[in-house]
Design a protein around this ligand. Sequence first.
Ligand code: ZN
Length: 263
Amino acid sequence: MKIYILTDMEGISGIGRCEMVMPDEGGQHYQYGRKCLTEDINAAVAGAFDGGATDVVVNDGHGGGRHLILEQADPRALYERPVSGYHLMPSLDESFDGLFAVGAHAMAGTIDAFLDHTQSSATWHNYWINGELHGEVGQCAAFAGHYAVPLVLVTGDEAACGEARRLYDDPITVAVKKAQGRETATCIHPQKAREMIRQGARQAMELIGSKQPWVLEPPITVRLEVYRADVIDRMAESDRVKRIDARTVEMTVNSALEILKWA
Ligand SMILES: [Zn+2]
């Protein structure tokens, strides 16, 4: 069985302050965040192999994508990074059996969610797929669904886990922290959290075969609302995109792989 693990940093255990996910500003706090990221991923990889995985690919998916400490990461897995903002999971294809989202955060605008955002916390306010609000977990589930790969595990804060259970047919979730407002979180001890992640990953392996992928039948309509009109001024130059109002664009695409492809 082949498992694809998309990772992010905001939902990693032990990360309870925003500077811990910021390479340019975080200093020693960011370096500790990298260690936390690597250990949570090791726990998920271990749980996947415990549950019968034969191949695991890990995607270092947090912005910029050079965060994992590879020398400390499980040598049984393969490691890759997104190619670009819309080409998120380069080697994902029909040969995979399940998707894990490790370190996930809730969609932009979620209350009591640690560092909630959708793609850009600076410019994106709301993002809809076929009229329903979604965040990055949904975007990943949709990409995976294109290849008939189901989302079977989500780890992150309580808000991200709740969002995943509500919208994506109840994957196994492991909540490793609870946000106190947007910029701080109360964390379970990382050692305990990693045990929970390993166990959750093992349980998630048992869902494979029964869990349905999130398949979006084309045509698929996506809508994006940003914070200021100048962001849309640039996007609206594309023929693919229809401007709804000063701050909102919409496009209709024929593949879930294009739901982020605004230009
Ligand atoms: Zn991130």
